[in-house]
Design a binder for this molecule. Structure first.
Ligand code: CO
Length: 299
């Protein structure tokens, strides 16, 4: 009912506003600037080729559209490998650079790039460096803001952990069961954020841990802690935007080196949660907060 009323109000607004905005396209004044409707939004993520993980991206887009109904919303994937793989099945997704070039060619004067990453690591810094170049080009984009990923401040870490405990960890988890989050991890200095999260998790709940695939803390370190504590059951939760390849294979796969298999070998039962964080509104909200702040800066 609430949704219906909102939809009705939106439709009424459109009816009232359309004739007015139509004037902007008056042949005397020429076509409207591409972003007369507000800054364009470019959502950038690593990408995924796992169709079920697309649910998470669809959810983000829905939330962004609801907050900025008149902005042009585009997507870009940083992963060349994923883009190539998708292209083979006819799905074309731009790189951040191609997406920026298209927005530039279309005449957008303001673009906000929202990083849909967890931490400001290598990909975030690459996006930042390249997107900002479009401001410097002759005939480029007048203003480019690159908005932070999910984890940036102490407060954002607290919010993420609160949301995970409330919404992501299954309700049936008992206090004596452990929860191990699977972070990606990186060679970038921002890998230290995962160790900061470990400290915060342990303060909240000594049976909550985070381990990473490619950085620190390592899974071996965490497994050793679980064994020492005689933990019998573990909930495995992807600390990633989507439940993609790492979650399905490295975390919950049947291969002997998956986290699930390694825990089983140590006599610990594990229950994998196969949902990406972007499937939870309380977590998408954190990216949205950053986006709202960035949109406020370009208006
Ligand atoms: Co990876």
């Amino acid at each position: 009912m609430h949704r219906y009323v909102q939809g009705l109000i939106f439709t009424l607004l459109l009816v009232v506003l359309l004739p007015v905005s139509g004037l902007a396209g008056d042949p005397v004044t020429g076509p409207p600037a591409a972003d007369s409707k507000g800054p364009a939004i470019l959502l950038v993520t690593f990408g995924t080729s796992v169709p079920s993980a697309q649910v998470a991206f669809a959810n983000i887009e829905k939330q962004v559209k609801a907050s900025f109904p008149s902005s042009e919303i585009r997507w870009a994937y940083t992963s060349k490998m994923i883009r190539k793989k998708l292209a083979k099945s006819g799905i074309i997704v731009d790189s951040p650079e191609t997406a920026m070039a298209k927005l530039m060619d279309e005449g957008h004067a303001k673009v906000v790039v929202q990083s849909l990453h967890m931490i400001p690591g290598a990909e975030f810094h690459e996006i930042y460096a390249n997107a900002k170049l479009f401001e410097q080009m002759s005939g480029g984009i007048g203003k480019v803001i690159v908005s932070y990923p999910m984890l940036t401040t102490d407060e954002s870490m607290e919010k993420v952990l609160r949301a995970i405990a409330a919404d992501v960890v299954p309700k049936e988890r008992q206090p004596e069961d452990a929860v191990v989050l699977m972070g990606h991890g990186t060679h970038h200095p921002s890998d230290a954020i995962y160790s900061a999260l470990m400290y915060k998790l342990q303060q909240r709940d000594p049976n909550m841990y985070i381990a990473t695939v490619e950085g620190h803390p390592t899974f071996d370190e965490v497994q050793e802690m679980l064994v020492k504590k005689d933990i019998e059951k573990v909930y495995l939760v992807p600390f990633m935007t989507v439940a993609g390849d790492h979650a399905l294979n490295d975390m919950a796969g049947d291969e002997p080196d998956s986290w699930k298999s390694q825990l089983a070998k140590a006599g610990i039962e594990s229950v994998p949660v196969l949902k990406g964080l972007a499937e939870f509104n309380s977590l998408v909200e954190l990216w949205l907060d950053n986006l709202k702040m960035a949109m406020g800066q370009v208006k």
